[in-house]
Design a protein around this ligand. Sequence first.
Ligand SMILES: [Fe+2]
Length: 206
Amino acid sequence: MSASPRGVEAELDSGSAPIAGLDTLSTVIDSIFKTSDNWIDRRAAIHSALNRTVVTPSELSTFALFDPRLPYTRNLVATDNTHYTLLILCWNVDKESPIHDHPCDGCFIKALQGKIRESRYVKDASPESDQLVLFQETIVHSGAVTYMDDFVGYHKVGCAGTEPAITLHLYTPPYHSCKVWASPERFSSWSEGKVTFYSKHGQPMN
Ligand SMILES: [Fe+2]
């Protein structure tokens, strides 16, 4: 199922050719990190690749593992342990992440199924204030790709529809913990959120 080197070149050259499946996407991402030498080009290439990726029903049944006991699950699809981590997150109705940062170059999200709400915050510019201020709220529909990094701000993500939602995430480079805020009222009061996985490569962790 992996794309041949020529296939990958063709996919990188084409701004519109669909990328069939997560194996092929991983191969394309590997190639992007080998061939692009600056962040601007790399970010555009990753965004384009995610836009063009079509995840198959078979892949969703392997990686999109829901648990009704949890707000959402984080399922590892692929990583090279150096440049990127590719995850599928499964969101139960009315559930969301806490506000968090991204100690990496960037975070890409593609909505695969259902509707997602992304709420973006920045630290209040006033030196007297210790608040995070909401500056943007977006409903992300199936098929759309978003991008976030700490220069833009911080965010929380959650299920916005009446059905559970599924999202594909790419983090570059991988990281093991991030800052988490229980409330936007106190920017200085954050805790460390450890990166955990509900499943890896389709295998539940417990
Ligand atoms: Fe995030």
